[in-house]
Design a protein around this ligand. Structure first.
Ligand code: S3P
Length: 427
């Protein structure tokens, strides 16, 4: 599907964002392993979290949606998953593949995880290495999916994450549920902490900035009610749209504001953005708030570690803000973007240049000289939801229409994105 987005100086409206996919995947997985039936309120219709549900069903977990849209997940306990018939298709979802691999590594049966073309290009040796150390047999093809797992008796390990990755951290911690003894993951740069929060794990900060997260093998998971907050990463696109407009205001109600996810808000504010947070509250252990964004002149910033893991998914939106800002923006320490749904550094450089922006690609980042006028053009999504949506936002500031090819992939995290974007611009 091609999507054409027309320039718009004004944005106005209330943006009802989809639920957070990171929290949703984890709620579904933990509910499946719980001793009894859990409810999940606000489970997203986005393709990625739906891939997790489909895999769990194939592993024998009963999941029903009631008339109010609440999911009822009949947990099977730690020992109750059934061997699947045939491979488990994770679609486009790296989180499904890497987190589920942790759980499957602890099962007394064989399983195979597959994904679409994009997911089959992403590195899986990062999960195979710790799972093998724990005693699982993991076969990859050239470091990639399909991931063939033969689980069994795992032993607890202490694992220092070689890449800052919440997916790898979570994979090892979930495998730790099935291991003998204690499993400790040590991260040198903080990444999103939903797994440790949702499991109520002990986290110890050792004074050098390293976080040690431990889980005891065999601990039971109690069924409970999960409520999935709205996705801050989805909010990022509208925070930029609201900032780069000439007039108007966007309101984004009930957005998840977990501090391990919101560095982008601080960076955007440091660029000059006018974003306020109203009605801050906590729901299901996660902080929430209503965001209000109004247009403001932006200026360039420099962004690097230790913030990168916190705002890794917001860099496509940040690059668009940078192209519309006065002065230079430097994004560094972000080589991980090369192994996302596509090589996001290359995709952003190619697409922003096609719109007339001055972008230099570095091995681990981008240098963007902002403030050049953007023009209409045809750009590619590279089958990456966040690249597609970022280009949709950049189009608002172009002098002519921008056509995004392969734009349907937005549904991976944000079904309805194109209609919402159109509705706030009134076009
Ligand atoms: C995620 C972790 C991040 C992020 C992804 C979701 C998660 O990936 O980019 O969209 O839910 O744990 P990495 O852990 O590979 O950095």
């Amino acid at each position: 599907m091609n999507q054409t987005v027309y320039p718009a100086a004004s944005v106005l409206g209330v943006v009802e964002l989809p639920a957070d996919k990171s929290v949703a995947h984890r709620a579904a997985l933990l509910a499946a392993l719980a001793d009894g039936t859990s409810q999940i309120v606000n489970y997203p219709a986005s393709a990625d979290p739906q891939s997790t549900l489909a895999c769990l069903r194939r592993l024998g977990v009963r999941i029903e949606e009631d008339a109010e849209g609440i999911l009822h997940v009949e947990g099977v306990g730690l020992e109750g998953l059934r061997p699947p018939e045939g491979p488990l298709d994770c679609g486009n979802s790296g989180t499904t593949m890497r987190l589920l691999a942790g759980i499957l590594a602890g099962q007394p049966f064989e399983s195979t995880l597959t994904g679409d073309a994009s997911l089959s290009r992403r590195p899986m040796d990062r999960i195979a290495a710790p799972l093998r150390q724990m005693g699982a047999t993991v076969e990859l093809t050239d470091g990639h999916a399909p991931v063939r797992l033969r689980g069994g008796r795992l032993r607890g390990i202490e694992y220092v994450l070689p890449v800052p990755s919440a997916q790898v951290k979570s994979c090892v911690l979930l495998a730790g549920l099935f291991a003998e003894g204690t499993t400790t993951v040590i991260e040198t740069l903080p990444s999103r902490d939903h797994t440790e929060r949702m499991l109520g794990l002990d986290v110890f900060e050792d004074g050098t900035g390293r976080r040690h997260i431990s889980i005891h093998g065999g601990r039971r998971i109690a069924p409970r009610l999960w409520a999935v907050p709205r996705d801050f990463s989805a909010a990022a696109f509208f925070l930029v749209a609201g900032s780069i407009a000439s007039s108007g205001e966007l309101r984004l109600p009930a957005v998840g504001l977990n501090p391990s996810r919101t560095a982008f808000l601080d960076v955007l504010r440091a660029m000059g953005a006018d974003v306020t947070v109203e009605n801050e509250r906590t729901h299901g252990g996660e902080p929430l708030g209503d965001l209000v964004v109004r247009p403001a002149p932006l200026h360039g910033v420099t962004v690097g570690d230790p913030l990168i893991p916190n705002l890794i998914d917001e860099i496509p939106a940040l690059a668009v803000a940078a192209a519309c800002a006065e002065g230079r923006t430097v994004i560094r320490d972000a080589a991980e973007l090369r192994v996302k749904e596509t090589d996001r550094l290359a995709a952003l450089a190619t697409n922003l240049r096609a719109l007339g922006a001055a972008v230099e690609e570095q091995p681990d980042g981008l240098v963007i000289e902002g403030g050049r006028p953007l023009r209409g053009a045809t750009v590619e999504s590279f089958d990456d939801h966040r690249i597609a949506m970022a280009m949709g936002v950049a189009a608002l500031r172009a002098t002519g229409p921008v056509t995004i090819t392969g734009a349907a992939c937005a549904r991976v995290s944000f079904p309805g994105f194109w209609d919402l974007l159109r509705s706030v611009t009134g076009r």
